[in-house]
Design a protein. Structure first.
Length: 230
C-alpha cells in the first residue's frame, strides 16, 4: 500500500471528509481493521483566504508548495490537494515536489468520460467558477463545463464560506442551490459537479434531478485506487 499525502485545512471541515472517507474506503475494500497510510499537513485557512481575497496567489502557491514538500519528506508516495479552489496553484505545488500530484481536474474529467457526460454544470466557490483553471483542465479531456449565471456566484460563495465551513447546513440555502442546478440543467448540463467539498455536506443526489458528481468523493476513490494498486 502506498502512503497518501494530503494538504488540508481548506477548510478543516473538508479535510475531515477526506480523512473519514479515505479510512472508510480502505476498510471497505480490505476489511477488518485496515486503514490507509496517510500523511496530512494542514494549513491556516484564515491566512490563505486573506491572501486569496487580496489575489496574492504567488504567496498561496509558496505556502502550499512548502506544505507539499513537508508531506513528501514525511514519506508520502503521492499527493492530494484537498480543495478545488486552491487547485488554482496546483501546478506550482506539483513543480515543487518530487512525487506525483493526483490532480482533481483529471480525476473528475475521467469520471465524466466514464459516465458519458460531455457537458456538465459546476457549482463551487467564486474562484472555481470564474477562473479558468478548473474549467480548462476538464476541457483538455473533452469535457465542457457550464457555470451558473454571475448573479448566483455570491449565493454559492456565501453558502460555502459563511455557513458550510462552519458546519452549518441550512435548508433555505439548499433550496437556493438546487434551483441553481436546475438552471444549469436547462442550459444543457448532463450532470452537476459538486466542485467544493463543503457542498457535499449540503447537496445529495436525492436533492437534484441530474446526476450529482461529488468531486471530493471521486478524488478519494481515485486516491484509494492508486494507493492499493502498488
Amino acid at each position: 500500500m502506498q502512503t497518501i499525502g494530503l494538504i488540508g485545512g481548506m477548510s478543516w471541515e473538508s479535510s475531515a471528509v477526506y480523512y473519514r472517507d479515505l479510512n472508510l474506503g480502505v476498510q471497505e475494500r480490505l476489511g477488518g481493521l485496515s486503514s490507509p497510510r496517510l500523511v496530512l499537513s494542514t494549513v491556516d485557512f484564515a491566512e490563505l483566504t486573506d491572501l486569496e481575497e487580496h489575489e496574492r496567489w504567488d504567496q498561496v502557491g509558496e505556502l502550499l508548495a512548502e506544505a507539499g514538500r513537508g508531506v513528501e519528506r514525511a514519506g508520502a508516495d503521492f499527493l492530494l490537494l484537498c480543495t478545488t479552489t486552491f487547485h488554482k496553484v496546483a501546478d506550482v505545488v506539483a513543480d515543487a515536489v518530487g512525487i506525483p500530484l493526483l490532480h482533481l481536474g483529471d480525476v473528475v474529467a475521467e469520471a465524466c468520460t466514464t459516465g458519458g457526460h460531455t457537458t456538465v454544470g459546476l457549482i463551487g466557490t467564486t474562484v472555481a467558477m470564474e477562473d479558468s483553471f478548473f474549467v480548462d483542465r476538464l476541457a483538455e479531456h473533452g469535457v465542457t463545463v457550464l457555470v451558473p449565471e454571475a448573479k448566483h456566484h455570491e449565493t454559492l460563495n456565501s453558502a460555502i464560506y459563511d455557513e458550510l465551513v462552519h458546519g452549518d447546513v441550512v435548508d433555505a440555502t439548499r433550496r437556493r442551490v438546487v434551483a441553481i442546478t436546475e438552471e444549469l440543467w436547462d442550459a444543457g448540463a448532463e450532470a452537476i459537479l459538486l466542485g467544493c467539498t463543503e457542498l457535499e455536506l449540503l447537496i445529495r443526489q436525492a436533492d437534484i434531478e441530474l446526476p450529482a458528481m461529488p468531486c471530493t468523493t471521486l478524488h478519494v476513490q481515485a486516491a484509494i485506487d492508486r494507493a492499493l494498486s502498488a
